[in-house]
Design a protein around this ligand. Sequence first.
Ligand SMILES: [Zn+2]
Ligand SMILES: [Zn+2]
Length: 164
Amino acid sequence: MLLDIKKIFGTYDEPVTAALELDLSEEDFPGYTVPGTVEARITATLQGRMLEIALDITADVAFACARCLEERTRRFHVIKTYCVREADLSDPDAELSFTPDGKLDVRELAYTELVLEVPTVLLCSDDCAGLCPVCGNRKPCSCRHETSGSVDERLSILKQLLND
Ligand SMILES: [Zn+2]
Ligand SMILES: [Zn+2]
């Protein structure tokens, strides 16, 4: 999964495009997994002395909802662009890191961008009410009196705070 960036600097004509299928299923992600194939498209276009690299990743993220623990899969689409100068190939402080012979590890880059992009706390839906403390089922459940009881409790705490 190495893209030869150094070589692209030597060929000044057409943009270079590569479509890759990456397997990140064994990688360690914070709070989720990426079990299926990750599709990555990378385009390198030389603009004068700058090489513009566009990365486009599509990944299906598998996770358990942080509130109700239901297993879900959500598709994430990440698009990033980077500008690389030839001098960056040997610069350890450059935005992208390259192998000593000027190649870019696309798999490593896709992994890093997914870790940055995918939240570590994921919910099945934004308004997920979580699990009922009484019956253990996903809310709304039939334990209505228990639910309203806890709301009243919270309201009375709020009232006390307001009185203070
Ligand atoms: Zn949920
Ligand atoms: Zn319940």
